[in-house]
Design a protein around this ligand. Structure first.
Ligand code: SAM
Length: 327
């Protein structure tokens, strides 16, 4: 029988779709030192292929999508594609993860196209440090993008990857953002993923350390979790306009509540972010696989979700790059 329940009783309702491996930033913790090495365009799933896969996924109970990359907003015709996704029967919600560079002009149209939730990655509030982390001078474009997103969406989440010695001294400024603006500011543990060669245990601030740094600024009240919170532990500071989240895949893994699978830019289903085990779906979709055949493949990916990931705090891994998977 077809089901979206995996062998560990988790109901999989969420598909994250990486639409490109290309990016307009070169973040040190994400991109390998020798650059992005983008795939030939023919290796990347075409929009109509993604839609076919999404249609098959909805038959299994996938209800929520997130568009990511690489940088999803640099892919041509992303707006009409999102409109088509939003019109797909069974899809109830579409989110987007972006670095914000192109949001100034695109935030309104993205909202009109059907994006309901927007996450913007922002690792520093310092333009010079922005360049150091990303190798690009796009800080002010991102600020304009955040302003436009604030107008266009009822809720904006800002995601900061916390890295010791790089931006951990800015935790107070990010907390201030959540104090004075209605943003959800989320602090994320730096993960041992990709081919950047950057990751090192000494650069990681764990959940406990991030939380205690925030608590130096005021006491945190836990916000009761909601069904669709995802991996973030939610908190609020007294009188704050916004909220704080901490995402700690390493020190407090949330595998028991995992409800997602991933579709990589090159057309592979990835049951777990931290495992390189993938199932090819591009080959079948290109060789005329039936709708039922695609549904079976997605079900296979769900059935192969591991109980938990094994990316530990003391171990480095050299997995497929984050720009292909989308985080
Ligand atoms: N370009 C988009 C963006 O910047 O949001 C979407 C793709 S990006 C790969 C998705 C998220 O993954 C970003 O928030 C990025 O900071 C995060 N990310 C990439 N490598 C990471 C790592 N090693 N540890 C933690 N987060 C990482």
């Amino acid at each position: 029988m077809e089901t979206n329940i995996d062998p560990f009783d988790r109901r999989i309702t969420y598909l994250r779709v990486s639409v490109t491996d290309r990016c307009n930033l070169r973040c040190c913790y994400c991109v390998s030192a020798d650059g992005l090495n983008p795939l030939p365009h023919s290796e990347i799933l075409r929009y109509e292929e993604i839609i076919e896969i999404v249609r098959a996924a909805t038959d299994l109970g996938i209800r929520k999508l997130r568009i990511t990359g690489g940088e999803p907003l640099i892919r041509r015709d992303i707006l009409p594609f999102i409109k088509l996704l939003a019109a797909t029967p069974g899809i109830e919600e579409i989110g987007l993860t972006t670095n914000g560079i192109l949001l100034k002009d695109m935030a309104g149209p993205l909202s009109d196209a059907g994006i309901k939730r927007i996450n913007i990655s922002l690792d520093t509030l310092n333009p010079l440090k922005f360049r150091k982390i990303t190798l690009r001078d796009s800080f002010y474009k991102v600020m304009d993008g955040i302003a436009a997103a604030t107008e266009a969406f009822s809720l904006v989440k800002l995601n900061m990857v916390v890295i010791r010695g790089v931006n951990d001294n800015e935790i107070p400024q990010f907390v201030e953002l959540a104090m004075h603006h209605p943003y959800v500011v989320r602090f994320i543990e730096c993960m041992p993923i990709g081919k950047s060669g950057f990751w090192d245990i000494r650069k990681v601030l764990t959940f406990d350390e991030i939380k205690s740094r925030i608590e130096l600024l005021g006491s945190l009240h836990q916000v009761p979790s909601m069904a669709d919170d995802g991996p973030s532990k939610r908190y609020r500071l007294k009188h704050a306009k916004g909220e704080i989240g901490i995402i700690s895949p390493l020190s407090h893994n949330f595998c028991a509540d995992c409800n997602r699978i991933r579709l990589t830019a090159n057309g592979r289903l990835r049951p777990c972010l931290f495992s390189d085990h993938e199932i090819d779906i591009k080959g079948p979709v290109r060789s005329g696989c039936t709708h039922k055949g695609l549904t079976d493949l997605i079900q296979k990916a769900i059935a192969q979700k591991p109980r938990r990931h094994y990316a530990g705090l003391d171990q480095e891994s050299h997995l497929c790059s984050m720009s292909m998977i989308g985080g």
